[in-house]
Design a protein around this ligand. Structure first.
Ligand code: ADP
Ligand code: MG
Length: 229
């Protein structure tokens, strides 16, 4: 509980700062990417260097994009929505990437789940971030299982269960901190964004993990909330 509160304080400060900066960086960045691409196509030589430039620009771009989500959500749009259908569309979005990583996605959705008062785009972002982390944790492939159930009396519980490398104990308190990543090309912003989205839905996010066995992220979202109003 205390862990969560400490995190949310950190989020609001960083989030507000980020909002403005991210916005300003976007346009010049798009222009840089376009012209770098153009230069590459006009030059026979030096493709290696242009590729490095492009991949670094893409990296900046993904950091900026994640910051955009952190900023006060621009189009907050809460509706009664089926979480099962959100999960299905997220799975079809990420399926190509999963197949390429040799990962099979299985589901266990309790039938006739009640609709949830939520922002569909934010929840999509949440589950995409979680699934991406699971794929990235399974370099040799495996299975990711996604379940959704009615937690009595009044919440939905969604679990993303992977068979990945797991999270070492000493990192458990640091994940979700801005820029904390163990990946060469990570941004360290994905889970922080997840926490923020779950918070905006008055829910909770818990992570259980075992090194070399896998990680389970449990998102629990209240069916009766005034979130977004
Ligand atoms: P990024 O994915 O860019 O590194 P995240 O905030 O999404 O940033 O994740 C932060 C760190 O938490 C990751 O670098 C990784 O060490 C750890 N992590 C998150 N999800 C998982 C998972 N499913 N399995 C193993 N490690 C994970
Ligand atoms: Mg991530």
């Amino acid at each position: 509980k205390e862990e969560l509160i400490r995190r949310s304080e950190k989020l609001s400060v960083v989030g507000q700062l980020a909002a403005g900066v991210a916005h300003e960086i976007r346009n010049p960045l798009t222009s840089l990417m376009g012209f770098t691409q153009l230069l590459k196509s006009k030059n026979e030589d030096n493709h290696k260097f242009f590729d490095i430039m492009l991949s670094e620009l893409h990296r900046i771009n993904s950091i900026v994009n994640e910051f955009m989500v952190l900023s006060k959500p621009q189009n907050v749009n809460f509706r009664m929505t089926s979480v099962t259908s959100i999960l299905k569309s997220v799975i079809s979005l990420i399926n190509t990437q999963a197949i390429m990583s040799n990962v099979r996605i299985t589901t266990g959705f309790e039938p006739d789940l009640p609709l949830l008062w939520c922002d569909e785009n934010q929840l999509k972002q949440l589950f995409i971030n979680l699934l991406k982390n699971s794929l990235e944790a399974m370099p040799d492939g495996g299975t990711v299982r996604i379940t959704a159930e009615h937690g009595l009396p009044d919440k939905l519980i969604i679990k993303v269960i992977d068979q990945g490398i797991g999270i070492p104990q000493q990192f458990m308190t640091r994940i979700g901190e801005p820029f904390f990543t163990t990946k060469d090309y990570g941004t360290g912003l994905g889970l922080m964004t997840c926490w923020r989205i779950v918070e905006a839905h008055c829910g909770q996010l818990n992570i259980k993990s075992k090194v070399n066995a896998g990680t389970t992220v449990e998102v629990s979202l209240p069916l009766t909330s005034n979130a977004g109003s």
